[in-house]
Design a binder for this molecule. Structure first.
Ligand code: GCV
Length: 640
């Protein structure tokens, strides 16, 4: 893999470990992985794997840390990782990589680390067979799939090993290997192509990662002529198929299901509920300890745009709240973080607070479908951190799922700086309270060990605020979906306005925004717990960044900072596009040698594209709203 960028695990990330005398104590596959990592690092940096006289001890010995947890301490010149289980040892090893030499200085008492969520999952929207519209990877911006190529499992799975290692190093422990839109070829992964899934499970296993599979709800139909979840033959079909999966993959994680959504089949076809649907799969998985991740992304994608009462934002809550308490224990409702679809700014989904008797995992989109498609720098951890703070304030979450942004690109993620999003997703899944800025610096430190201050400061400056910059030139005040239909890259203000997708902004000559209040609108604001509902319902209390998500207001409406909506639109678009030029200029001052010429050149080329695209966004959005409103820019800047 010499032509592949090492991401956050260059050899030097393990230098501090590799220059020690290391003793590893414990048994099993994951302990062997730790030994192999340590031995390789020691071979490179002059340390040794020893049984006595160690100055670094990694030992499976402390059940008190809990599953996957570990304690790190230093005493008498010895640094110790004491883990509850072999997985904890692996996470402890990578924790040491983050600490570097700091783990081998002054003594410190045991510090315990435990994962914030038991299941920390990446979902791949990878197709086995290239889809005529969506390609090998749906919404993938990083080349081809790491797993599949042109209808088959890749023969060389070396990069999957590298990927598993990177994922373990940031805390991921579950991976779904195929797209939630399960087409004909992919449906066979559950049956005659199960061997491919077992092969992948074998590659992920040494890194503590369990494999999950997206399945088609209608899978039994070919054999039985029906997929009705209440038909006993369907129940038996799922039980048999699932038994076969576990015979091949004893530690298989479970199923992910997109049902009755954007054309995927589901229980509605049989007049059944989503609880009926999820439970039939859950019952088949339960004896083996598997789970169903049942997605709550259910809405009418064929609505009439003239119908102002149907509101896509309401759909998940409307569908699933009546089912609370009716799902089996091993069903996890997988809820997109916002009520619509991964826009740069949405309120947190109200469904999260409204199903206290149901297991809930929040789904984030690491792949940058609506946030620049890995052509724009957009470090998403600050957004995810806000989302998680709000979601965790509403309910105890059972897991975190993210749509992966990785592919067979030499930099893994298309845009080299998008590696930070993959890393940050894992870190937030492990420790949701981590500061996203600290995660960024952690990623910089691991990826560029020993980097000069200039490089660290440049990366930090370019990335730190890049989500808010992206929001500034694309999505004012919580309005979304002003993107080109289909591929979703670049501006098209009315692209979705007269379509059946339920994603509208309702701009007219007087104002803009969606009235989602209970008083005069769709009532969506009323889906939140009362205290939050009151804030969103009020046009005065609603936070500015969500104003147009909840309210239709005149262009002259005054924001909390005293400016008008229309002036805010102009100002943020000029400022956002200007900030991208500053990012490019800052990057251009960096000597290419400090990151390597290929890395530097890729980022430079993409920043050129980001500058072009941000200017296009600025001009189209500003021109559109100037033409609608007739209100001039207060500063007289050029609006085409
Ligand atoms: C996998 C959005 C994307 C689709 C995606 C869907 C989903 O609508 O554009 O490509 O389908 O979300 O999350 O199921």
């Amino acid at each position: 893999m010499t032509d592949v960028h090492p991401a956050w695990l260059p050899p030097a990330a393990l230098r501090a470990i590799g220059s020690r005398r290391v003793s590893v104590r414990g048994d099993g596959l994951l302990v062997r992985t730790v030994i192999a990592e340590v031995a390789q690092a020691c071979g490179r940096y002059g340390g040794a794997v020893v049984s006595d006289g160690a100055d670094l001890v990694l030992t499976v010995s402390t059940p008190a840390c809990g599953p996957e947890g570990f304690a790190v301490s230093r005493d008498g010149g010895v640094t110790t990782i004491a883990a509850a289980d072999p997985a904890g040892l692996l996470y402890g090893l990578f924790h040491l990589a983050r600490l570097g030499e700091a783990a081998f200085g002054d003594p410190f008492p045991p510090e315990v680390h435990r994962p914030g969520y038991a299941r920390r999952m990446l979902d791949h929207w990878d197709n086995v067979a290239v889809h005529p519209v969506m390609g090998q990877v749906e919404r993938g911006y990083s080349g081809g799939s790491l797993f599949w190529h042109d209808g088959a499992l890749r023969e060389d799975l070396g990069r999957v090993t590298g990927y598993a290692r990177l994922l373990a190093a940031c805390g991921i422990n579950a991976v779904t290997v195929n797209n939630v839109n399960v087409h004909a070829t992919e449906a066979r992964l559950l049956t005659d192509r199960l061997g491919d899934v077992a092969t992948l499970a074998g590659v992920f296993r040494p890194y503590g990662i369990r494999v999950h599979l997206s399945v088609n709800f209608a899978a039994p139909r070919d054999d039985l002529g029906t997929a009705d979840p209440l038909d006993p033959r369907v129940r038996a079909w799922w039980a048999l198929a699932t038994d076969a999966v576990y015979a091949a993959i004893p530690d298989f994680g479970g199923y992910v299901v997109k049902a009755d959504s954007e054309g995927q089949p589901g229980p509605f076809a049989y007049g059944r509920t989503h609880a009926d649907g999820a439970n039939v799969l859950a019952a088949a998985l339960a004896p083996h300890g598997g789970v169903v991740h049942w997605r709550a992304f259910v809405y009418d994608h064929r609505q009439d745009w003239r119908d102002r009462r149907t509101d896509r934002a309401r759909a998940a809550h409307d569908h699933f709240v009546p089912l609370d308490g009716r799902f089996l224990d091993n069903v996890v409702l997988q809820v997109k973080h916002g009520p619509i679809d991964f826009q740069p700014r949405e309120p947190v989904s109200p469904l999260i607070a409204a199903v206290p008797a149901t297991n809930v995992a929040v789904e984030l989109q690491v792949t940058q479908e609506y946030t620049g498609q890995q052509r724009h720098v957009c470090y998403l951890a600050p957004m995810w951190s806000e989302v998680l703070r709000c979601a965790r304030g509403m309910a105890a979450l059972d897991g975190l799922a993210g749509v992966s942004n990785a592919g067979d690109d030499p930099f893994w993620t298309g845009h080299p700086l998008a590696q930070a999003n993959l890393y940050a997703f894992g870190r937030l899944a492990w420790a949701p309270d981590l500061d996203p800025v600290a995660i960024l610096d952690e990623w910089i430190g691991l990826t560029f060990p020993g980097a000069p201050d200039e490089l660290r400061e440049t990366l930090h400056a370019v990335m730190d605020d890049s989500w808010r910059t992206y929001e500034a030139y694309t999505a004012p005040l919580g309005v979304g979906f002003m993107v080109r239909p289909g591929h979703h890259y670049g501006p098209d203000v009315d692209g979705y306005e007269y379509t059946p997708w339920g994603t509208y902004h309702f701009a007219d000559r007087d104002g803009v925004g969606v009235d989602r209040t209970c008083a005069t609108g769709t009532g969506f604001a009323g889906q939140y717990p009362p205290a939050l509902a009151r804030v969103y319902e009020s046009v005065y209390d609603c936070p500015d960044e969500l104003l147009l998500f909840f309210h239709h207001v005149p262009y002259g409406h005054i924001l909390h900072d005293g400016g008008t909506v229309i002036q805010h639109i102009y100002d943020t678009h000029f400022a956002g596009a200007g900030a991208v030029v500053a990012m490019r200029d800052r990057w251009a001052r960096l000597p290419a040698a400090s990151v390597g010429p290929a890395f530097a050149a890729r980022v430079s080329a993409l920043l050129d594209e980001q500058v072009r695209s941000a200017a296009e966004w600025r001009d189209q959005i500003n021109a559109y709203f100037y033409r609608k409103s007739g209100v001039r820019d207060a500063h007289g800047r050029r609006i085409p």
